[in-house]
Design a protein around this ligand. Structure first.
Ligand code: NAG
Ligand code: NAG
Length: 429
């Protein structure tokens, strides 16, 4: 195997990691196994070919001895306990292994977590800052610290590598539920970065997470919805991929079947993230019975916190469409056209939301009532007739008006705003 390598170039690194006793002569040599020949570096390096001791990486981590070289594409890490560098096959090399090999690989080895490495980077950067601001001898020499940093930068896995590792571990049949949960937790943290969420999609992660929504374990359902919601938030590319992958249908199915409260809460979060600023998904939601599913959740959550979340989502959809329709610039015409295909007010009226939203006014929370008032106002173009014949609503508004009027005497601001909202609504009736 080694004969197939063409020694193209060497990277020399000095190793002074914190308490490590390694000498600078333990430089890391990388050999390029690319087929493409040519290039001056190739000729320069060829002379060293005979002497070079190349460690052939396997799936297991092996300690790299001073003077040993590794093929390019290998995965090198720093063992923080021993200060030794360790090597195994890189992600690309692992890809060509058979499933039997992968099973051996998945047997619960613990990598240095990205968090640990980041902490260590931070520590070194702090040392570096104090070394720069003071010149006391008790600090390590500046040059040494800079080398440490460069070394760590090399050894820290890129986010794409981490994502690939997490997904392949997640996908393995030998991974336990607890391991899957902690992978989902790590993914949730990572996908807040727009790029990471998109990489997750291109690696097929979306499908894995959607399948996990159907898992029999409710914690897995909850966490996969959480990852999905975070990946979708303010990320149009992921929103498009998700709708194409049938995410909306999976999410609505999850909401429509008996699931614990904690799961529904996160699934609602994912639905709201998917719909926000994405008229195409909103059309899909409306034409696939999204409002009926929400109705069922709303009814079942009598007095519960899911109601306020649903109302907020509906309010946001109405407002989005309103704001876009007020755009006058010609470059906004396409958006106006897209939102024209979202008949949100008409459907809310047809599906009985004009009489459902007032129920949220019964909540003991001022915040919930405020959300209800805003939504009632936003729906009023389609709901006025229903409001006018709803005696319960009108009585409730009178009672709340008196209550908030009193509260506004001692604490204006918020309560005065609520009073204004009620006034505005009563004026329409
Ligand atoms: C998960 O495993 C299946 C088969 O074992 C494979 O087809 C699929 O591509 C894998 N998905 C990911 C994201 O690794
Ligand atoms: C989840 O289960 C439902 C019904 O059991 C099925 O229709 C759907 O395709 C499944 N989704 C995924 C992503 O496996």
């Amino acid at each position: 195997m080694i004969e197939t390598f063409k020694w193209a170039w060497f990277v020399l690194l000095c190793c002074h990691i914190s308490s490590s006793t390694q000498k600078p002569d333990s430089a890391l040599a990388v050999v390029d196994n690319a087929e493409a020949a040519g290039g001056g570096a190739d000729d320069e390096a060829r002379g060293d070919e005979e002497e070079l001791d190349v460690l052939q990486p396997t799936q297991e981590w092996q300690t790299l001895q001073p003077g040993q070289a590794v093929p390019a594409g290998s995965h090198v890490r720093l063992n923080l306990q021993t200060g030794q560098r360790e090597v195994r096959m890189g992600e690309e090399q692992l890809k060509y292994l058979t499933p039997e090999h992968e099973k051996m690989e998945d047997s619960g080895e613990s990598l240095v977590s990205p968090d640990e490495l980041k902490k260590m980077m931070k520590k070194i950067k702090e040392d570096l800052n104090s070394a720069e601001s003071t010149s006391h001898n008790q600090f390590r020499p500046l040059e040494e610290l800079k080398k440490d940093m460069a070394q760590l930068d090399m050894l820290v896995e890129t986010d794409a590598q981490i994502l690939r590792r997490l997904l392949s571990h997640f996908n393995s049949s030998s991974t336990t539920t607890e391991q899957r949960l902690s992978i989902l937790e790590e993914l949730e943290y990572m996908v807040h970065q727009v790029d990471n969420a998109q990489i997750l999609c291109t690696m097929g992660g979306l499908q894995l997470i959607l399948t996990c929504l159907n898992s029999s374990d409710s914690r897995l359902q909850e966490y996969s919805a959480f990852v999905l919601g975070s990946a979708l938030a303010s990320n149009p590319a992921v929103q498009v991929k998700a709708v194409e992958s049938g995410a909306l249908t999976s999410l609505l199915t999850a909401l429509a079947t008996a699931r614990p409260f904690s799961v529904k809460k996160k699934v609602l979060f994912a639905v709201a993230s998917l719909l926000r600023h994405f008229p195409y998904a909103q059309q899909h939601f409306l034409s696939h019975g999204g409002l009926q599913v929400m109705s069922a959740v709303f009814r079942a959550d009598s007095g519960g916190p899911l109601r306020a979340r649903i109302i907020t989502m509906i309010y946001d959809m109405i407002r989005e469409k309103e704001l876009v329709s007020q755009e006058l610039e010609s470059d906004q015409q396409e958006r106006v056209r897209q939102y024209a295909g979202v008949p949100i007010l008409e459907l809310l009226q047809e599906e009985g939301w004009c009489s459902a939203v007032p129920q949220l006014l019964e909540s003991a929370s001022h915040d919930d009532r405020e959300k209800a008032l805003h939504t009632l106002l936003a729906m009023s173009p389609a709901c006025l007739v229903v409001y006018q014949s709803d005696m319960g609503l009108q009585e409730r508004l009178l009672t709340l008006r008196l209550q908030y009027q009193d509260e506004a005497l001692t604490e204006p601001g918020y309560f005065a705003e609520l009073t204004d909202l009620i006034d505005e609504l009563q004026k329409k009736l």
